[in-house]
Design a protein around this ligand. Structure first.
Ligand code: CP
Length: 306
């Protein structure tokens, strides 16, 4: 079997990106029910940080595709006692077909595990990027709108790993617009923004980032936010809440864009990044988006395991 790693959205060519998103949408519609392409495969699921959706999505997705899983918690691997990432990858690759991992480190750690060609390494969230979230988000857009090209997305909140992956993925669909409104001091990492702007320029898309909530664009298709306290991170500034407060998503954002749907990668804190009436309201597709984590995970597993 071919083994392909998915550590960053950048690892995917355009055809692969589109194929995974379309396959995820097909799973979501029930169009590939009963397929067992992972029969005989063993997938390690290593989460060094908490997770409800992503861990369950990859675990349930593996089982539904006919594979089996071995689950590792934060204290289980000898990485904790100083075994190198390269040795860990070499050893696990002799026993596993794929390793799905969430860490608080940067993707370089996962690249060490991926320095072999027998076991696919899948980034289920690292400090810098959450690529499988972006694939879920694109799958959700495709399921809801029937297209991705030309959609206008307003992202409100921290320029965290979810925002980074979205910024690296969405502009690759022609004619899209991604406007990020991120709190001052909490925007996209400079390197990510530069890469995303270059992508937007070459694919005929638009990417903008502002650090205020004035002159919000009208008629967007999607308003998207994420939790203010991203899993596994902390904010050194004790006054960070006052910086984030103007960026709360409330029903007033729908005044100029009444047809926009609301997306959230979850988990949510009602009353912080979003009010309950928005998250639980008729424009919210956040829980369809959560379900799509599993459909998208199945598409990722298929692609990684060939
Ligand atoms: N959105 C997301 O990654 O959810 P979990 O942290 O629950 O996996």
């Amino acid at each position: 079997m071919t083994r392909r790693h998915l550590i960053s959205i950048d690892d995917l060519g355009d055809e692969d990106l589109r194929a995974i998103v379309e396959r995820g949408a097909r799973f979501a519609r029930g169009g590939a029910a009963g397929a067992t392409p992972l029969a005989g495969a063993v997938v390690g699921v290593y989460f060094a940080r908490t997770s409800t959706r992503t861990r369950t999505a990859f675990s349930a997705g593996t089982l539904r595709l006919g594979g089996r899983i071995i689950a590792y918690g934060p204290g289980d691997l000898q990485l904790n006692t100083g075994e190198t990432g390269a040795d860990t990858g070499r050893v696990l690759s002799r026993m596993l077909d794929a390793l799905v991992a969430r860490t608080a480190g940067d993707p370089a750690e996962m690249r060490e595990w991926a320095a072999q060609d027998r076991m696919a390494v899948i980034n289920a969230m690292s400090a810098d990027e959450h690529p499988t979230q972006a694939l879920t988000d694109l799958t959700t857009l495709l399921c809801h709108f029937g297209r991705i090209e030309g959609l206008r997305v307003l992202y409100v909140g921290e320029g965290n790993n979810t925002a980074a992956a979205l910024a690296l993925a969405l502009p690759r669909f022609a004619g899209t617009e991604l406007e990020l409104r991120t709190p001052p001091g909490y925007g996209l990492a400079a390197g990510v923004r530069e890469r995303a702007e270059a992508l937007a320029a070459s694919y005929g898309s638009v990417l903008r980032e502002h650090h205020h909530m004035d002159a919000i664009p009208a008629d967007v298709d999607v308003v998207y936010t994420t939790r203010w306290q991203t899993t596994g991170t902390s904010k050194p500034d004790p006054d960070w809440r006052s910086v984030f407060a103007p960026f709360q998503v409330t029903a007033r954002l729908w005044a100029d864009g009444p047809k926009a749907v609301f997306m959230h990668d979850l988990p949510a804190h009602r009353g912080e990044e979003v009010t309950a009436d928005v998250l639980d309201g008729p424009r919210s597709i956040a829980f369809d988006q959560a379900e799509n984590k599993m459909h998208s995970a199945m598409a990722v597993l298929e692609w990684c395991l060939g």
